[in-house]
Design a binder for this molecule. Structure first.
Ligand code: OAD
Length: 250
């Protein structure tokens, strides 16, 4: 039988902790079939962020940006949460103080059943009008006809996805909640993120300064690996259920 890729200390700490915070990135959804950003074949190798994920690009070419997000939204809706997402639901149910901080916009944690979530980068299943701010319904990202632009039914403004673009502020409530949870955490898990985009990438370090045991789960060591307590190498969809199983046996 293969030995566990994580330490007994991590299992013990998770089993006894009352305050746990978790940061997730695109890697946790990779096994659901959603491409990451920076891995080979990732989104930012095929598309340029400056042409798609900022407000100037949107105003210059709303049709292109809407079509790209529509494509990503369809993909997210067609895929299913995987055992990694599900293990985090079970972890949340074990502790009184838990926060799942996600950089993902794919809504898979929500669909898996996680309840306490701070969405740092928004959620691709929601959209709103850039002029009047009104939230648009599900169908609103779809342009009326192919080649046209999706417009607000109330004021005619362009409809944009409710995601954070480069150069935009993060939702202040979500980042405040995330920072507070990182400071309170006894154990902090950073899962499937390259940890190069701030302020999210600073959260594991904030947690460690606050006294948390910080572990990462990733198929390769991330940018913050050398500053944390433990790097667990492996796929989130395999490591997380195994970790949960080990905790439940403690
Ligand atoms: P990245 O694409 O930068 O990193 C994905 C990470 O997941 C890498 O470190 C991979 O090694 C790891 N990985 C891949 N498959 C995995 C698996 N099965 N199990 C565990 N780990 C795996 O994605 P993020 O770190 O999420 O922001 O990127 C952060 C932000 O950059 C995104 O939220 C997005 C992007 O620009 C915005 O759009 C605002």
């Amino acid at each position: 039988m293969a030995t566990q890729p994580f330490s007994d200390e991590l299992v013990d700490r998770l089993a006894h902790a009352r305050h746990i915070a978790v940061l997730t990135g695109a890697g946790i959804s990779a096994e659901s079939g959603i491409p990451t950003f920076r891995d080979p074949g990732g989104l930012w190798q095929q598309f340029k962020p400056e042409e798609l994920a900022n407000v100037n690009a949107f105003v210059r070419n709303p049709q292109l940006v809407q079509a790209w997000y529509l494509h990503r939204r369809k993909l997210a809706l067609e895929t299913m949460p995987n055992p990694g997402h599900q293990a985090l639901v079970a972890l949340e149910e074990r502790v009184p103080d838990f926060l799942l901080i996600t950089q993902n916009v794919d809504n898979l944690h929500q669909r898996a059943g996680s309840k306490k979530i701070a969405e740092l980068h928004g959620n691709i299943t929601r959209s709103y009008c850039i002029d009047c701010g009104r939230e648009a319904n599900d169908a609103a990202m779809e342009p009326a006809a192919s080649g046209s632009i999706a417009l607000c039914s109330a004021c005619g403004g362009y409809i944009r996805p409710d995601v954070v673009w480069f150069g935009e502020m993060l939702p202040q409530d979500a980042i405040r909640e995330a920072n507070d949870a990182a400071r309170r955490a006894e154990v902090f898990l950073s899962i499937g993120t390259s940890a190069v985009v701030y302020p999210a990438a600073g959260l594991p370090l904030t947690a460690r300064q606050g006294g948390a045991y910080v572990a990462e789960i990733n198929v390769e060591a991330s940018a913050i690996a050398r500053y944390i307590d433990e790097v667990v190498l492996g796929k989130a969809g395999i490591v997380l259920p195994a970790l949960l199983d080990a905790i439940q046996k403690r």
